[in-house]
Design a protein around this ligand. Structure first.
Ligand SMILES: [Zn+2]
Length: 616
């Protein structure tokens, strides 16, 4: 109320001035352009003042959690228009796929003064409410939530979880306005965990300074276990949903070490509070990054010897993102367009560099040995270099097309795409060694991350372009990287592993091996994918073919036994069922080539190696 009366006073004062200005046009202003500018500024002022009074409050309840429906109420205050278009996002930042969250929305209604307002649906995610300048419009709808992933929403008898992008509609013009969210948990539930600040001690009411901030903070609601620890001067809350073999005291110590290692890269931690929401499940994996929280999904039995380091690596990955991609970011990723794909060629930095650090930091934090880390790096190199798509798709394209390729994999993906996570991680590894070598150990990739954070986030408060990313690398290292970018980022050439690892005295042996492999991946006897340049590919084996017999022998994952005494050129008789029609293919046996990269730790550690892994 207070704000809206002030807004009106200012509006009328301005309007009066505007009229005065217009009626005395000739006297006041001889210069038409100046006049136009003045009018524009006035309009902007009036518009902003009017908007600054508007706000949106949300209420989320869940009276029947077993039905998987959240009930949402959205109150639009002091936005007096003939009609209001409310929209549901089509995607969730951090996960580059159009998910069409409006598909789970139903029963959209709007009222003013208990009177129903007319609603018309304009397109897949937009509802026009004929609000007739109503002072307060209450929009209500239900959201079906039964997809247990880190980027969607889920509600059942045991708990509720949601991301704002799949829950909260927005009004485009009001996206910069503050909002409040009140959560009304199911009657038997006592806890709500989110990174948004609470507005009062009682109840579960939270505030957000704008829509981007609102939908950046996921909510966990139920009777989950919570604990906290402090690291890097930041209070960390952990919300644990689901049974598992975790040890809370150990988690506090180990997660703190990961937090400290991540913070050391950037030199400072921008948060006061941070929330980990961890879902312990039988099926499910992954994480999604936010400004001051993350959701992790892991197998509930992951906290043992072998799985535990994988868990800590996921913690490091998502935590590193609070800088890299949430604050250090491409210009295209924020403020977000929630109606369309947001294209960037830089996911190899955002996800690739983060993947590099999620392993490197486990060494710095004391969880990996040097050999273990080198094995991780060589595993990644072997995967990338033996994937046919590596020679088809560049890193820049892999990033740009994430929306239609990486997030929509098909049976042909391995032949035509390369992961910006794995290959971007290799680029980070190469650049780190090149920077250390060029600067004689005075700089490394950490300095580039620090520079990007200080220059673009803190000083300019904006994202950077691909060109500026290259310039940042060049500035810190003193290297000229035009060829590097042309060859490895926009091109598909093979890295010069020997030279670059050689800087650190690390020996790389490339073994070119030939073997007669069938070239298919199977589930049971059914072909799921066919690898390019293999005998199956050349011989016409299709995805979905069911392999019945090879050379007259019943097929039972026994390809190598059947061809044991055969040589290249011999014919393999394949009996298969395709769309339930039995047929025989005669395929010449062929050797496929692949490169095996062996990376071994140096006998003596030189200065580049010591700087790289921060060891003595
Ligand atoms: Zn990531």
């Amino acid at each position: 109320m207070f704000h809206s009366s002030i807004a009106k006073t200012i509006f009328f004062t301005n309007y009066y001035w505007l009229l005065l200005l217009l009626t005395n046009f000739n006297t006041y202003c001889q210069n038409y352009n100046t006049m136009k500018f003045l009018l524009l500024m006035l309009n902007l002022l009036i518009f902003n003042v009017l908007l600054s009074a508007s706000s949106i409050n949300y209420e989320v309840s869940m009276s029947e959690p077993h039905t998987h429906y959240f009930e949402v109420k959205m109150t639009i205050i002091d936005y007096q228009k003939e009609y209001i278009d409310v929209q549901m996002p089509v995607w969730a930042p951090g996960s580059y796929l159009v998910r069409e969250f409006s598909k789970s929305v139903e029963a959209v209604e709007a009222v003013f003064n208990k009177k129903m307002l007319k609603i018309e649906k304009l397109n897949k995610n937009t509802w026009r409410i004929f609000s007739q300048k109503a002072k307060e419009v209450i929009v209500s709808y239900k959201v079906y939530a039964f997809e247990m992933s880190v980027r969607t929403s889920f509600l059942d008898a045991s708990h509720g979880y949601f991301n704002g992008t799949s829950m909260f509609m927005f009004v485009d013009e009001l996206r910069n306005q503050p909002s409040k969210v009140a959560i009304y948990p199911y009657k038997d539930w006592k806890k709500v965990s989110t990174a948004l600040p609470k507005t009062a001690d009682k109840g579960f009411v939270y505030s957000a300074t704008n829509y981007d901030i609102l939908v950046d903070a996921p909510f966990e609601i139920g009777n989950h276990l919570t604990f906290e620890f402090t690291a890097a001067g930041v209070l960390h809350n952990v919300a644990m949903y689901g049974e598992g073999n975790y040890n809370i005291e150990k988690l506090k110590i180990d997660m703190a070490k990961v937090v400290e290692a991540c913070t050391a890269v950037f030199g400072e931690n921008p948060n006061k509070n941070y929330l980990f929401i961890i879902h312990n499940l039988t099926v499910g994996s992954g994480g999604l990054e936010h400004l001051n929280s993350t959701t992790l999904q892991v197998n509930r039995w992951t906290y043992n010897e072998s799985g535990y380091k994988g868990f800590l690596s996921l913690v490091a990955h998502e935590y590193f993102h609070l800088w890299n991609v949430k604050r250090v970011r491409p210009i295209e990723l924020g403020p977000f367009d929630y109606n369309n794909e947001n294209y960037t060629t830089l996911l190899w930095v955002m996800e690739g560099f983060t993947s590099y650090y999620d392993e490197l930091l486990l060494l710095r934090a004391g969880f990996y040995s040097e050999d273990e880390l080198l094995r991780k790096f060589s595993g990644s190199i072997n995967y990338v270099e033996n994937q046919p798509g590596n020679k088809v798709q560049s890193l820049a394209h892999s990033s740009f097309d994430a929306w239609i390729k990486a997030y929509r994999p098909t049976e042909n993906s391995a032949n035509t795409t390369i992961s910006y996570y794995s290959k971007g991680g290799i680029v980070a590894n190469m650049l780190d060694l090149m920077i250390i070598n060029k600067t004689k150990g005075t700089k490394n990739l950490d300095d580039v991350m620090k520079y990007l954070y200080q220059e673009y986030y803190k000083k300019q408060n904006r994202g950077f372009s691909a060109k500026e990313m290259q310039q940042a690398l060049e500035k810190i290292s003193g290297l000229k990287l035009d060829d590097f970018f042309a060859n490895y980022i926009t091109g598909t050439q093979t890295f010069d592993y020997k030279t670059v690892f050689g800087y650190a005295g690390v020996d790389v042996v490339v073994l070119s091996e030939k073997s007669m492999s069938f070239g298919v991946s199977l589930s049971g006897n059914v072909v799921r994918s066919v690898k390019r340049n293999t005998m199956a590919y050349d011989g016409g084996i299709n995805v979905n073919d069911e392999i019945l017999a090879l050379n007259g022998f019943r097929f039972n994952d026994n390809f190598s036994e059947i061809i044991e005494d055969k040589k290249p050129g011999d014919v393999l008789e394949v009996l298969l069922s395709r769309d339930n029609l039995i047929q025989t293919l005669k395929i010449p046996l062929k050797e496929s080539e692949f490169n095996r990269y062996l990376i071994s730790s140096p006998k003596e550690k030189n200065s580049v190696y010591k700087k790289w892994l921060m060891v003595n």
